[in-house]
Design a protein around this ligand. Structure first.
Ligand code: PLP
Length: 392
């Protein structure tokens, strides 16, 4: 006779009912830990000698499902999902660099990436130097004997410059270093940096890859010979991902190609429209022939130019303020890649840490607005922009 009380029934570990049919959508494996059969099995699982999950900080099925899809999209040998884009960049830096090393950093990197790769890693004895990676001569001259890594973005923020990835890979390898590309603004639909010679790719899956502004995740993928330290770094520094976020992101990937196709067509229409308006001083979009990297972008991005469009209003901050207030259908959200068109104001958000002089040197002023163009109809996007401009 069992002396079991009602209190003892529910705390028991669950066993799944037998399942002869496969679910059409993947389950969410929320478990933080898995049951081991024996000390022998546990030892082998933890040593990686047997396939299987033990503790979800080291890996879980939803992360593997998502990283598997991303690995295929990039044609990568290895891929891992991290808790955010910054966690993926941290995993790259911590796995590739050690005290005494030097990293060459694009001077147009995402603000937090730039901080991580200069001031933060300086605390670990790693030095980082900023350089204009669209200028190959300046980049080559900036290498030192200690340079191990070069970090660039496929399409930069907010001016949407496009560096020559194949040329940078060649130059970097000739110096015995590795090229890491942040491909967030492009996604593998527009650009697969590993196929152009890059060694490692990071992406913020938070943005267009997931596409619905409801998860925070990052991807690190790359060549097999760069991968040695990555699993340990991920687990020891605690950079891993949430199963529910991975499930949402994998679902978002299902529509990635369609979303990009529509958003890029809308972005081109928006850029052309803005270029004809008197209130607009300048439009930055790699799809416009006037963009400094137009020809390179055409080749490197496969004839589409992405969903981001930046423009500068003639009237400085007052004009930006009036535009933002009047463009009621475009939410001011300092992120990107959502289904709906959103905008950001770099001078007060992503680039607020820069002095007005260095912003000006980059070509950003108080009138600069960055659009993340969504998948609405093109007419709706142009109308929403027209409403904003009418208020300027
Ligand atoms: C957002 C972003 C990141 C950081 O990603 P999180 O998911 O926010 O941590 C890195 N690089 C670029 C280009 C980004 O836009």
């Amino acid at each position: 006779m069992s002396s079991e009380k009602l209190d003892d029934i529910c705390p028991r570990l669950d066993v799944l009912p037998p399942q002869p049919t496969q679910p059409a959508s993947p389950p969410i494996y929320a478990a933080s830990v898995y049951r081991c059969d024996s000390p022998e099995q546990a030892e082998k699982l933890l040593a990686g000698e047997l396939p299987g999950y033990v503790y979800s900080r080291d890996g879980h099925p939803n992360a593997d499902l998502l990283s598997g899809k991303c690995r295929e999209l990039h044609g990568a040998a290895r891929a891992v999902v991290c808790g955010s884009g910054m966690a993926a960049l941290a995993a790259a830096a911590l796995s590739q660099l050690a005290a005494g090393d030097h990293v060459l950093v694009s001077n147009q990197l995402y603000g937090r990436s730039s901080q991580l790769l200069t001031s933060e890693i300086a605390r670990l004895g790693i030095s980082g130097t900023l350089v204009d990676t669209c200028d190959l001569t300046a980049t080559e001259a900036a290498f030192t004997a200690a340079t191990r890594l070069v970090v660039v973005e496929t399409i930069t923020n907010p001016l949407l410059r496009v560096p020559d990835l194949a040329a940078l890979a060649e130059l970097t390898h000739a110096q015995g270093a590795r090229l890491l590309v942040d491909n967030t603004f492009a996604s593998p639909i527009l650009c697969r940096p590993l196929q152009l010679g890059a060694d490692l790719v990071v992406e913020s899956l938070t943005k267009i890859m997931s596409g619905h502004s409801d998860v925070l995740l990052g991807l690190l993928c790359g060549r097999d010979d760069c991968w040695g330290r990555v699993p340990l770094v991920l687990s020891a520094w605690g950079l891993s991902s949430s199963p529910f976020d991975c499930w949402l992101a994998a679902r978002g990937l299902g529509t990635l190609a369609l979303r990009i196709e529509r958003a890029a067509a809308n972005a081109l229409a928006a850029a052309r429209f803005l270029a004809t308006r008197g209130q607009v001083n300048r439009v930055h979009y790699p799809g416009l022939p006037a963009h400094p990297d137009h020809h390179l972008a055409r080749r490197q991005l496969g004839g589409r130019f992405g969903h981001m469009v930046t423009f500068t209003l003639a009237g400085g901050r007052p004009a930006a303020q009036r535009f933002i207030a009047a463009a009621r259908r475009i939410a001011f959200c300092p992120s990107l890649g959502d289904l709906s068109t959103t905008l950001s104001h770099p001078a007060s958000t992503s680039h607020r840490a820069l002095s007005p002089e260095s912003r000006e040197a980059q070509g950003i002023d108080e009138g600069t607005i960055r659009l993340s163009v969504g998948i609405e109809s093109a007419e709706a996007v142009l109308e929403a922009l027209g409403e904003g401009l009418a208020g300027v």
